[in-house]
Design a protein around this ligand. Structure first.
Ligand SMILES: Cc1cc2nc3c(=O)[nH]c(=O)nc-3n(C[C@H](O)[C@H](O)[C@H](O)COP(=O)(O)OP(=O)(O)OC[C@H]3O[C@@H](n4cnc5c(N)ncnc54)[C@H](O)[C@@H]3O)c2cc1C
Length: 380
């Protein structure tokens, strides 16, 4: 058995490419994108050119033909430099592409996968103002009319909504049937009755767009149903089970980015006539940060390997997301402490890592929801 962090040739290649891309192309834009709360449009294009938006999409559909694990290591490397760029590729790969690959009809795959691999951004629209953790209480409806379904309602908190052209929207075709009415629809940005509305002004991952979506008599052709009618809850659940491994990777990247900046800083900053990294108190804090990050990384890699090998991974994925978001919050907070006053200002990178870490405990299932899943599986 090989160690969890032993990467195959292909995994290592994508990891290196993502790291180089993040350092040379993304790093110089990070501060401005955070201040403007906008992803640089050139970057969107470059993500496609790098093959980072369709890692797992088979080559026959224009994708990279890679593995789930490959997208995980790439998300980690991108998030080490910028968590907004990280979630941009994360949503595309682990939620949208994943759902299309697992549940799409041949027609849907042929029509949308080549676009998602090469030019079009996707978004995943499940949450609403009144339904977050209780996602299946969603109120958006879909009514059958001839060859179409007509969608009405609104979605909230939709990542990538600003950049996206292809939206996976969950709506209920029969509210009386509860979650068994939920159905997944593929909606294009220019479909009649579809619009992207208010953009949120956020604490962290500011360059990642998070918007409200309005569906006002939005006409969606019947062939754009993803998976089976009334089985959208399955699409949502199964996709999110896998997606949260990606959020774990994002959080590991954020924590590692903060630690790397802190290692550099503590070896330069002098107090009492020596670099602060020479104080044992500081060295021990650095060692603890690195150890915590390694525990989170191993949980994430293990969950991804289990999934890739067709094994049960639900508990491990929930643990990976829960733990890595705890670690990211603690490590980025400690990073600020070790920068002293300089950690508190925007000229230095760590305050942003701290703000970016916070989202890990919220999206794709809050930490309490992860604990729910873990305990349910422990006690069953
Ligand atoms: C930046 C950002 C991006 C997002 N991107 C997307 C996206 O692309 N697509 C999408 O569909 N959604 C997205 N979301 C929505 C996100 O998934 C929800 O915010 C999240 O699931 C929590 O739902 P909520 O905000 O309604 O909180 P609530 O569900 O109201 O939770 C509030 C608190 O109550 C706790 N709680 C709720 N139920 C229980 C319970 N049974 N037991 C114990 N505690 C409980 C929660 O843990 C939390 O602490 C995004 C959110 C944000 C902030």
């Amino acid at each position: 058995m090989s160690p969890l962090s032993n990467l195959t040739e292909d995994e290592k290649m994508l990891q290196d490419a993502a790291r180089d891309f993040a350092e040379s192309v993304i790093r110089p834009k990070v501060r401005e994108m955070d201040e403007k709360a906008k992803l640089d449009p050139d970057l969107v294009q470059q993500f496609f050119e790098m093959g980072l938006m369709g890692v797992e999409i088979p080559e026959a559909y224009g994708g990279g033909g890679g593995s789930f694990f490959m997208s995980i290591v790439a998300i980690e490397q991108i998030s080490r430099v910028d968590a907004s760029a990280g979630v941009f590729m994360d949503v595309q790969n682990t939620l949208v592409n994943n759902a299309f690959l697992n549940f799409g009809s041949e027609r849907i795959k042929e029509r949308y996968l080549p676009q998602l691999a090469t030019e079009k951004v996707g978004a995943y629209c499940l949450s609403e103002a009144g339904s977050g953790s209780d996602a299946f209480a969603l109120k958006t409806t879909a009514t059958e009319e001839g060859d179409y379904y007509v969608l009405n309602g609104s979605k909230m908190w939709i990542t990538n909504a600003n950049e996206a052209d292809i939206f996976l929207v969950f709506a209920n075709i029969n509210p009386d049937a509860g979650y068994k009415g939920i159905t997944a629809f593929v909606v294009e940005r220019d479909f009649e009755g579809f619009s992207v509305s208010k953009k949120e002004n956020k604490l962290g991952i500011r360059a990642s767009s998070t918007c409200e979506i309005l569906l006002e008599d939005c006409k969606v052709p019947k062939e754009n149903i993803l998976g089976e009618v009334g089985k959208g809850y399955k699409v949502a659940m199964e996709t999110l089970n896998e997606g949260r491994i990606g959020i774990g990777a994002q959080m590991v990247g954020v924590a590692q980015g903060a630690l790397d900046a802190t290692l550099e800083y503590t070896q330069e900053r002098e107090q009492f006539g020596q670099t602060i990294s020479d104080f044992q108190g500081v060295r021990f804090q650095l060692a603890k940060m690195a150890t915590d990050i390694e525990t989170a990384r191993l949980l994430v890699y293990n969950a991804a390997r289990l999934k890739e090998n067709g094994k049960d991974f639900l508990k491990e994925a929930a643990m990976a997301k829960y733990h890595s978001s705890e670690v990211a919050e603690n490590v980025t907070s400690q990073a600020i402490d070790l920068f002293g006053g300089y950690g508190y200002v925007k000229e230095y990178p760590v305050e942003k890592y701290y703000r970016d870490a916070k989202i890990g405990k919220i999206y794709e299932g809050t930490s309490n929801m992860q604990l729910n899943t873990i305990s349910k599986l422990l006690l069953k």
